[in-house]
Design a protein around this ligand. Sequence first.
Ligand code: NAP
Ligand code: MG
Length: 527
Amino acid sequence: MMTEAFKLTYSTMFNPPEELHARFDEALGTVQKRLGEEHGMILGDQERFSAEKFEDRSPADTNGVLGWFQKGSIQDANDAIAAAKRAFPSWSRTKWQERVKLVRRAADLIDQRIYEMGAIVALEVGKNRMEALGDVAETAELFRYACSEMERNEGYVVEMGRDPIAGYLSTNVSILRPYGVWLVVSPFNFPCALTGGPAAAALVAGNTVVIKPASDTPWTALLIVECLRDAGIPAGVCNYVTGPGGTLGQALIDHPDVSGITFTGSYAVGMKIYRDFAQAAWARPTILELGGKNPAIVSRNANLEDAATGIVRSAFGLQGQKCSACSRVFVEEPVYDALISRVVELTRTLTIGDPTKREVNLGPVINRDSYRDYQNYAEELSQAGRILTGGKVQGGGAFSDGYFCQPTVVTDLPLDHRLWKQEMFVPITTAASVKNLEEAMMFANDVSYGLTAGFYGSPEETEWFFDKIEAGVNYVNRPQGATTGAWPGFQPFGGWKGSGSSGKNAGGHYYLPLYLHEQIRTIVHKA
Ligand code: NAP
Ligand code: MG
């Protein structure tokens, strides 16, 4: 909740009230005075500092240091797991009502701190201010959703039937119980919601948690951990370590005392974790939320203005670095030229620049590797296809110290080109004209991902679309975003095929039980 009358979601963020801008600007000023501080890791009741540090810089301006963070070692990883293991007996036996109370209190703290947290997200990730505030607001909603699910299900205690044994009374109860130490490994692009959401679910369920954020975004994740701590969650219940995925991260994955994991990130890293995590004495729950190659399909019966608006928002929101980004557009031939020329027109109206400024739509991409990826893809696409707009990095002047890339629309790319199937994760979308909707669907589903999808067309076509599309989150006729903009309570979020492992969406009806295992309790009395 942001003000009395306005509720921020990814669908309402395009017309915020004036007050929201004023408060963001004020918080940004406060945050700018705190840049360059050193931040420790949190292990049990200890703030832990390591010999080696790493710096966190803004991708919008790499001159200044946002903060210094600890390059945690394998020992730190082991100690964090040990701290979480020690805290488990007591936390798991704390009444679920009490856990819910504490996590709700943390959600309230997130709301209270939303402007400062949002300013830090904008600086650290390079998200525009509304997307940054959205990431924070979404986190509080995910906390509350986990709490209300626990309540709605009354702690997941269910009385079963009584065995028909003559001379005895046999009662049976099914109860869902926490697993133990839960690992949360999160990505750079939604460092708030995708650290906080899984952590809150694990905590409400009664697990203890070790958080390892992306090395590009350690600060945002720390802010979440601080909200949980300040809400009164006991020491050791939520631990926070920072450092390279390949060393510290891998040590967490390989540790036998981890009982379950939620990993959100790329397909390549996720599948490696899936395989490595299986090298233990028994199978453990592995929730993977991975990449996407999300299509929008536009029928000849579509409202083209809505389609163009939704496609541009989803292709270029957060500089194309959403797992749900619209990276492929399939349009029926009779409306292809009209739709694509409108997409190009709208793309050219987008403002690139300092993401903390209110008029800016696109900030920078996250780091030097992504910046280089963008240039390589643009080069390859300009040879294999035709770039209609964009295709260049934005250099010079205010742009020279950040990783700014122009939003890019590509046409005439042969449909067997490799980049139709690979997640690029930069502001590039490719469009193709198709003979009919069947052909569009064939291409849409012909990838190893299945996260989100969008459709613009008639009501009769809509049923067909939902039936045929292979994806976890699907939107029809939505100008607010063709493939992006899921919000807790409205659109539980998760993917099929290579986009996710559990088949159940985060923030949905079936999510919390993923963090719990079932125990049946049978008691027999002589009648
Ligand atoms: P990434 O490179 O896969 O990294 C994700 C996390 O894994 C980071 O914290 C990283 O740490 C860590 N890591 C790397 N190697 C590891 C290892 N061997 N063991 C343990 N941890 C390891 O992903 P990203 O670039 O941050 O995020 C972008 C990707 O996430 C995209 O593919 C996007 O589609 C996906 N994503 C999916 C969803 C979804 O809900 N399905 C949501 C958002 C993003 P370091 O930073 O230290 O390397
Ligand atoms: Mg950075």
